[in-house]
Structure formats: C-alpha cells, structure tokens
Design a protein around this ligand. Structure first.
Ligand code: HEM
Length: 408
C-alpha cells in the first residue's frame, strides 16, 4: 500500500528521527508539495526568488569582505585595495558584492513593476506590499551605507549630500545630522557607525522583513497575471512544478550575473563610479556628484526643486507614495489586463518618467535638464495621486474572487 506524504509512521531512518523532533514533513506538506499556486504565473514571477538568491550572494560575499575590510578614515580605502590585489579571490568577492547590489535593484524594480502591472498590492495583499516596501527602504539604506565604506571620493561626497538632507528638517535638522555623523563633518566616527549598521543592524532587519514578507505571501497566496483568485482546479503544487522552473531561471540568471561580474564589473561607471577609485578628499569635490543609478530617479527630483527643504520633502514623498498604493487604487479589478485605458496610460507614463528621471539624475544639471526633470516629476506624482480618479474609469467587468461553493 502506498504511503501518503504526511504518513511518517511507516518511514524509518533519518526522516522519521527528524520528524519526531522537528516538523520537517509538515513544512514540506504545507509549504512545498501541498502549497498550491495559480497555474498561470509567468516569467515576471521569477524575480522574487532571484531577490532571495541575491540576498544569499550579498550575505556570503559580505561576510568574506568583512574579514579583510578595516573601517576607519586611515584604513578603509587601502583595505579595499588590499582585498582587490592581495586577498586570494578578493577581486571576485568584491566585484560579486558590488555587482550584486546593482542586480538587486534591477530585480527589485522588476519585482515591483510586476506588482503594479497585476495589482498585487490590492486586498488581501496590502501587508505583503507594506513589508515589501519596508524591504525596499531597508535595501536603499543598506546600499547607501555600503557605498560609503570603500571611502572613495564619491563615497565621501555622496554621504555628505544624503546626511545634509536630514539637516533640512526644521528645528531638529542640524542636530540630527550631527548625531548621524557623530561629528561636525563626515569623518572617522561616521564611517565606523555606517560599517556597524551595514554589517549588523540592517541585515538583521532585512532577514526579519523577508520572513514577514514571505509569511504574508503564503497567507494571502500568490496573485497572478489575471488578478482573479484561482480555485484549486486552476492551481498546481509549488513543488515540483514551480521549484523546477525556479531552478532553471536562477541558473540562467547566475550565468548573466557571472558575465557582468567577470567582464564588466563597473558596467561603464554605472555600477562602480570612476570617482570612487580615488580616496576620499574633503578638499576636492568631484566634478558632478551623482549617486549610483538606482537612486538617480529620486536624486533628479531633489535637484529639480530650487528650495532645498521642499526638494528633500518631495524626494521623501516620492519614495513614500508607493506605501499608499493599496488605498489609492480604486479599480474593482487588480490586473492591467482588465483595467481601462486611463490606468494603462498612467502606468506607461509612470515607468517612462521613472526611467527618464533616472537618466537625468545621472547627468550634470544644465537648465533644460532641470526643466525636463520638473516635468517628469509632475508625471511621477500624477500617477499616484490621481489614481483614485482614473483607476475607476473604463474597467472591464470581471469577478476577482472565485465563486464560492453553495452551502450543502
Ligand atoms: C529582499 C527583497 C525581497 C525579497 C527577497 C522578496 C521575495 C519575494 C518572493 C520569493 C515572492 C514570491 C515570488 C514572486 O511572486 O515573485 C514575493 C512576492 C511579492 N513581493 Fe517580494 N520580495 C522582496 C521585496 C519586495 C518589494 C520591495 C516589494 C514591493 C514594494 C515586494 C512586493 C511583493 C508582492 C506584492 C508579492 C506578491 C506578488 C504576486 O503574488 O503577484 N517585494 N516576494
């Protein structure tokens, strides 16, 4: 007689020994073979698992980097050179970590785009979305802190710009900026605390948030490209079907990742900027200060506004606007497949404005570029704050929840 998957009483050996002490079979039954996901998930659904893989890449390479990196004004830059030239495989570990950061953001932006496309932030997945947003904010903090550590000239001046944003807060601003720096200027104390936050505090937060994100995902279940909840007949077990598909996708992804790490680790100055190959110099400002590409859409918004205080506020709002999406979207359907043309045009305009702002943020800021950045800033905010109006227009009539079985 066949043994049912959860019937461990007939099993011997290691699995039974484990099962009596730890609910391993229960985990397999509820989270892998017995977890049903919609049949129609497409390639955009690979980016979640890729984010998990990158988290592992960043943690592993980060641990090895921390073995030879020495925080401190006098030692940081040289210790990174030492890693690159003297530590065995040090160049590979460092380039995998720096390329990993950029790939993380590529993957996360595509992961977020999928959620915008299929309305995955809408009920009942609001908390899943909010945990995702907290992950995004923590990733931004993690990337910024990490970028300061090599103590190159762009690290120094980038930190200067970001910490100065805090000093624009009325009243408490200057005191807060000094508290963050631990000094009157960006200095040794700043570098040491940024190191501690980058390797201990934020990674712990990331692990916790990933756990909450995935728990919320498994509670509400995956959405799908139709945005219509799927019944059991339209779902398949996560293992083996999606596990096998994920393994193939991750293998291909790692090939692309390796090509960049080995052949184009700075990606033409986009992943590692030229100015960061010079040591930090408080007396020499780089010709034009730009953050790494994944922050440049927000940086373009900051630079487009002449008043620094208002600019800082708008930059903060640009990031925070994502938090409100589950409540701004009033469409009765989730997926763009069934939304009306105003929602489709709005999403296309938003993506265009995000990419355009990202490009403008990387360039010096002549007058025409500033005017363009202002125009795209308007489009960016219109996407969010006009959503309660346009999301109601032109929706196809579909049912987003499956019909419930009639009571017996
Ligand atoms: C460290 C960062 C992150 C990791 C490791 C991660 C991981 C995952 C995984 C494994 C899934 C299931 C597979 C998939 O649907 O792609 C998922 C789903 C999801 N994630 Fe993330 N995620 C991260 C960040 C984010 C961010 C920043 C957001 C948005 C702000 C987000 C929003 C979502 C949503 C809405 C879903 C459900 C999508 C659906 O079912 O249609 N995640 N995430």
């Amino acid at each position: 007689m066949a043994t049912s998957p959860s019937d461990t009483s007939k099993r011997g050996g290691l699995l039974r020994w484990l099962e009596e002490r730890f609910p391993i079979q229960l985990f397999i039954d509820t989270q892998l073979t017995g977890y049903y996901a919609p049949k129609n998930l497409n390639r955009l659904y690979y980016f979640g698992v890729m984010a998990l893989v990158l988290l592992v890449v960043q943690f592993t390479t980060g641990i090895f980097l921390a073995m030879s990196y020495k925080p401190g004004e006098a030692t940081a830059f040289d210790s990174v050179q030492y890693i690159m030239r003297e530590v065995e495989w040090g160049w590979l570990i460092r380039y995998a970590h720096s390329t990993g950061a950029s790939f993380f953001f590529i993957v996360i932006y595509l992961h977020m785009f999928r959620a915008l496309l299929y309305g995955s932030y809408k009920a009942p997945r609001e908390l899943l979305w909010l945990f995702g947003m907290l992950l995004y904010l923590s990733l931004m903090a993690e990337a910024f802190l990490g970028y300061v550590l090599p103590w190159g000239n762009m690290s120094y001046w980038g930190a200067q710009v970001i910490v100065n944003l805090f000093s624009t807060i009325p009243g408490i601003g200057p005191g807060l900026a000094e508290w963050i720096r631990g000094d009157y200027v960006i200095a040794d104390a700043t570098l040491n605390r940024f190191f501690s936050l980058h390797v201990v505090a934020i990674p712990i937060g990331l692990l916790l948030l990933v756990t909450l994100h995935l728990t919320a995902l498994r509670t509400a279940g995956s959405n799908n490209p139709d945005g219509i909840e799927k019944g059991p007949e339209e779902s398949i077990p996560y293992h083996p079907y999606y596990v096998v598909a994920d393994v193939v996708a991750v293998a291909l992804f790692l090939v692309v990742f390796a090509i960049v790490v080995f052949f184009a680790p700075t990606f033409g100055g986009l992943f590692l900027e030229d100015a960061n190959f010079e040591p930090a110099n408080p007396l020499s400002t780089p010709e034009h200060i730009t953050p790494v590409w994944y922050f440049t859409p927000y940086y373009a918004i900051l630079r487009a506004i002449p008043d620094p205080r208002f600019g800082a506020l708008l930059t903060l709002l640009a990031v925070a606007s994502f938090l409100f999406l589950p409540w701004l979207d009033r469409s009765p359907v989730r997926s763009m497949r069934y939304k009306g043309w105003p929602s489709r045009i709005a999403l296309a305009a938003f993506v265009t404005s995000f990419i355009a702002l990202g490009y403008l943020g990387l360039q010096p800021a002549p007058r025409t570029y500033v005017v363009l950045a202002r125009a795209f800033t308007v489009v960016y905010f219109a996407f969010f704050w006009l959503m309660p109006v346009y999301s109601r227009i032109g929706t196809a009539s579909v049912r987003i929840n499956p019909p419930t079985a009639p009571a017996a």
